[in-house]
Design a protein around this ligand. Structure first.
Ligand SMILES: [Fe+2]
Length: 156
């Protein structure tokens, strides 16, 4: 049986796959960071911060899955080990012992780092004319910039 020909999946490019794996790694590390802060945050703003960190890790859990599945759709290998993700991530792990303001600042930096990584991935996808990866990365970067704004608004 012949495969139905229609939309052509772009040729897997090592540069795109690598950029997406970088984004998966940093999104996964930030997912854990948000859950860590969701558990350990203290202070008078406990309720809303507990909820905001939950909203972040729920968003990121879906985000990392979408990015990894895009790697598979273009024929690449999704790197799925935690040790490998932590090793390559520009977002760093955190012990979870900090004031609420320090947690907000650390999470804002993580969101800005993620936005930057995704915009870089978007540029690579654009060079290769991979519009669907580009669109995915634009959407993810937009979410991270929104979270960065929400977090930094607490510190104004
Ligand atoms: Fe919870």
């Amino acid at each position: 049986m012949e495969l139905i020909k229609g939309h052509e999946i772009p040729q897997a490019s090592l540069a795109i796959v690598d950029a997406l794996n970088q984004a998966v790694a940093e999104t996964t590390v930030t997912t854990m960071l948000a859950q860590n802060f969701h558990w350990n945050v203290t202070g008078m703003a406990f309720g809303p911060l507990h909820d905001l960190f939950q909203r972040i890790y729920e968003d990121h859990f879906e985000g990392q899955d979408d990015l990894a599945e895009r790697i598979k759709a273009i024929g690449g290998h999704a790197q799925g080990t935690l040790s490998g993700m932590v090793a390559r991530s520009k977002v760093e792990e955190h012990e979870g012992e900090a004031t609420d303001r320090e947690m907000i600042a650390a999470m804002a930096i993580a969101q800005e780092t993620l936005a930057e990584t995704l915009i870089g991935a978007c540029d690579i996808a654009s060079e290769k004319n991979d519009k669907l990866t580009e669109d995915l990365c634009i959407g993810r970067a937009r979410e991270h910039e929104k979270f960065a704004w929400m977090l930094k608004s607490h510190l104004a």
